[in-house]
Ligand binder design. Structure first.
Ligand code: FES
Length: 159
């Protein structure tokens, strides 16, 4: 491990024997390790990516344990010709959900909220859909998708 931290292979690292009594601390210790430097390390970035992947897999695995049902996906919002509602299209445009278990609730809540405030700020829409929960905790992407949906809805009413 010490060899890797100084950029050498373990074979290049000389075997060192020491006792704990030989260690002394420098007089000036940094108060903190710059976290941005640590975040740039490839092993830290790999670990972070693995953590994100594992979190997603937990959501998918948990969903797989629940009863398997099939939803139509239209939520009664799509047109007779199959054209999606502008908010549904916003989800497609932004790929706004991870496992999508929470998607119907967010869409229906956003559609209802947008009837009262068709041109919300991001903060207002976040407040408007704040009653919905996402176990994948993908709120930023979801909010981006809902904002796109609001924009789609305004454009569809203009056209
Ligand atoms: S995207 Fe998985 S629960 Fe919301």
């Amino acid at each position: 491990m010490l060899a890797a931290l100084v950029g050498r292979t373990p074979a290049e690292w000389p075997a060192v024997t020491f006792t704990l009594g030989e260690f002394t601390l420098p007089t000036d210790l940094p108060l903190s390790l710059p976290s941005e430097l640590v975040r740039q390390r490839p092993d830290v970035q790999t670990a972070e990516a693995q953590l994100h992947s594992a979190n997603a897999q937990i959501g998918v695995t948990t969903a797989a344990m629940l009863p398997n049902i099939t939803l139509s996906g239209s939520l009664g919002l799509a047109s007779a010709d199959g054209t999606l509602h502008p908010v549904q299209q916003g989800v497609i445009d932004e790929q706004g959900f991870q496992c999508a278990f929470c998607m119907p609730g967010f869409i229906m809540t956003a559609v209802g909220y947008l009837k009262t405030n068709p041109n919300p700020t991001r903060r207002e829409l976040a407040q408007g859909i704040s009653g919905c929960l996402c176990r994948c905790q993908d709120y930023d992407k979801i909010l981006t998708a809902m904002m796109r949906g609001a924009e789609n809805l305004r454009r569809s009413k203009l056209g």
